[in-house]
Design a protein around this ligand. Structure first.
Ligand code: PLP
Length: 680
């Protein structure tokens, strides 16, 4: 992890925990990373976060050149040269730091492509030990888990191929014979780029996105990469993100949960049963704690605004005016996050007059609290902030729409604990997961969001509200429909529910409870880590153990097998399909016919392949691919075999179904581990 100038930003109490991870002899305590034709030296710091040691790499040391000393000063910034050097520091330096610390490694988990060079470093280690290139790759693949986080192709790091070759010059001086093979691990053929996500995908047996929808989007995005198989078959899964409950839950609510939830509820937070007891919390108690948190937020917001005005040297009267801003009795809607343009922070302002009517309704007023930061290089994002600031300064919105500065984790915490409704209106499907809504949910703050990221699976119709609109129209239409949905839902559902019953809105509190009960057990880090352990880390460790046993025997076997298949696959051909075979009657009385496919295998053993009949079936929710395995029935010669499957009589080869063949192996981590599919 690279952190910007952490020594100055960490609070005192944390700073004491920060220490040099490798002390003894100052020379040998530095990590050396070859970057192009130079060496970047790194210090390693350790910070203890709960029970987890986190190691930080720091290039700000005298023996580095001034340019290199800046490499770990800023997360994003600089140019492609900065970026590739940073990623080499993270990937290569990261592995070297673990070695220097003597930390045994099992599985490596790459989050986003940024750290994927670690697979190259690990390959080099194995090559140094004398392992063959492809065997090394199998070992690495078996022990690597990759999580992608970005649903837009442009968000994935890629470098011109010659740049990659230049920066890894040291590696290729030693292992020039593998240069092309290394390059191919990340090569995006069409654009002649070395793509970090491709590198990660190619070197990880287990890969996934960060929500159900994002898994789907990733499968679509990397369909071509996997040889153009059906989207549903692309071997990328998902584990939905979750939030760390003790960090985000308000202490006052924690107290309340302690009183009504079963003992050990925090340890058992991933169990749905634990949260059913939320039903037992008296509405008055939940509401009064919520009001308390809201009042605290409003005090904080006013202090924030006063400070803003003081810093901008506004007259005293305008500083004092802030005291009357925001009303704890008004329905309060929060929007706080990075101001990336896809999050459309200004969407609610699309019809300022309609918004005016909501905000200034004398009986049922609504107020908005905004906070967030834009990336320093994201000028459209900064323009969004300016726009919201200008709007919030209009007379009609003053004190009812506020924009808070210095958005950080503390302000984020107060917001997700203190507002009534958490608004999220990203352009679908750009929000891979989103987590601030999860933080809000466990605090009884109700989500009102586009069905994107985690909310697409979290929303059940009763635990919040959705912002609707077509997802298959052009952006402008989608935006228009989302806007209409936002206003309509506010006017017809959210505001009436909030102001329904005087001082204690029972129905609102019921919805808060639904939100807490249904969402807390799923969208927490306990559940997430359990999923990663069961579905990623343990399978990965088991596979690694198998692959390295007996002098890497299994890894060698798999590598040899893949090489053989890759070299000979062009000889595998489906030579003939006959779909006029004998008729029979199926289980439901339907007429079936036999389809035969004749396959020439060349030197490939037919049992190392799967021959399948594939067609599409229309169901209520669209078209679905159906895959029927075909069974061998006749061997015509040593390498020609006839296969059979029975299908509905009316389906015809060509217009309705096709035959395909692809290599399989019990040692593959997944189907389509090799991107080879031959169709007919
Ligand atoms: C949770 C959090 C985020 C992420 O919020 P999203 O809605 O997922 O974008 C960003 N910044 C801070 C400070 C946070 O606490």
């Amino acid at each position: 992890m690279i952190l910007p100038s952490f020594r100055s930003t960490l609070p005192i109490s944390r700073r004491r925990l920060l220490r040099r991870a490798i002390r003894p002899n100052p020379r040998s305590s530095l990590i050396e990373v070859p970057v192009a034709d130079r060496t970047v030296h790194l210090k390693v710091w350790q910070v203890q976060v709960g029970r987890v040691p986190v190691y930080l790499l720091d290039a700000d040391i005298e023996i580095n050149s001034p340019w290199d000393r800046e490499l770990t000063a800023q997360l994003y910034g600089g140019n492609q040269d900065t970026r590739i050097a940073q990623e080499m520091i993270l990937g290569i330096g990261g592995v070297k730091a673990l070695r220097a610390l003597g930390i045994a490694t099992g599985a490596f988990h790459i989050n986003e492509g940024h750290a994927a060079f670690l697979s190259i470093e690990r390959s080099r280690e194995h090559l140094d030990k004398g392992l063959e290139f492809h065997t090394a790759l199998e070992v690495i693949r078996s022990s690597t888990v990759f999580t992608t986080h970005t649903p837009v192709p442009a968000g994935h790091d890629a470098f011109p191929s010659p740049m990659f070759e230049h920066y890894f010059g040291g590696l290729f001086a030693a292992y020039g014979q593998h240069k092309q093979a290394f390059l191919r691990l990340g090569l995006d053929d069409r654009r002649q780029l070395f793509n970090m996500t491709f590198l990660a995908l190619n070197t990880a047996a287990i890969r996934g996105g960060v929500s159900k929808l994002h898994g789907h989007v990733s499968r679509e995005m990397f369909r071509e990469f996997h040889g153009g198989i059906d989207v549903g078959e692309v071997p990328i899964g998902h584990i939905t993100n979750g939030v760390h409950l003790p960090t985000w839950l308000a202490p006052e609510l924690k107290e309340l949960y302690h009183r009504f939830l079963p003992g050990r509820w925090l340890s058992n937070q991933a169990h749905e049963d634990v949260w059913k007891a939320v039903e037992l919390i008296p509405a008055e108690s939940l509401w009064s704690v919520h009001q308390e948190l809201k009042e605290r937020l409003i005090r904080l917001a006013r202090a924030n605004l006063r400070e803003q005005r003081r810093r901008n040297s506004l007259p005293a009267s305008q500083i004092e005016e802030v005291r009357s801003y925001l009303n704890p009795k008004s329905l309060t809607i929060g929007f706080a996050r990075r101001f990336a343009t896809y999050k459309r922070a200004n969407l609610i302002f699309s019809d300022p007059d309609r918004l005016d009517r909501l905000i200034n309704d004398p009986d049922r007023p609504v107020q908005f609290i905004f906070a967030g930061k834009a990336h320093p290089a994201d000028h459209p994002g900064q323009e969004l902030i300016r726009e919201i600031y200008r709007l919030s300064s209009q007379d009609r919105f003053r004190g009812k729409i506020v924009l808070l500065e210095n958005y950080d984790i503390n302000l984020a915490r107060a917001l997700v604990q203190g507002v009534d409704v958490w608004l999220n209106n990203p352009r679908r499907p750009y929000e891979a997961s989103g987590t601030s809504g999860q933080k809000a949910a466990l605090n009884g703050v109700i989500n009102f969001s586009v069905l994107d990221g985690w909310w697409e699976e979290g929303f059940d119709g009763s635990n919040g509200w959705s912002i609707d609109g077509r997802t298959d129209a052009d952006w402008e239409t989608q935006e228009k429909e989302n806007v209409e949905s936002i206003y309509r839902t506010l006017e017809q559902e959210i505001i009436p529910l909030y102001y329904n019953q005087g001082t204690l809105p029972f129905q609102w509190v019921s919805r808060m409870k639904r939100s807490i009960m249904t969402l807390s057990p799923k969208y927490n880090t306990h559940r997430m880590v359990i999923d990663y352990v069961n579905d990623a880390y343990i399978p990965s460790l088991k596979r690694t153990r198998l692959f390295v046993a007996d002098g890497y025997e299994e890894a060698k076997k798999v590598a040899d097998y893949k090489r053989f298949i890759l070299e000979n696959w062009h000889q595998v051909r489906i030579s003939e399909v006959n779909d006029e075979g004998p008729r029979s009657t199926g289980g439901a009385g339907e007429t079936l016919k036999e389809v035969n496919a004749t396959v020439k295998f060349g030197p490939v053993w037919f049992k190392d392949t799967a021959v399948e009949l594939v067609y599409y079936e229309h169901r209520h929710d669209g078209w679905h691919q159906v895959v029927l395995p075909m069974e061998p029935i006749r061997q015509l010669s040593e390498n020609i075999v006839v296969f059979r499957a029975n299908i509905l009589e009316h389906l015809k080869h060509g217009p309705h179904f096709s035959i395909r063949i692809h290599p399989i192996s019990a040692s593959f981590a997944r189907r389509f581990e090799l991107p080879l599919v031959t169709r007919f």
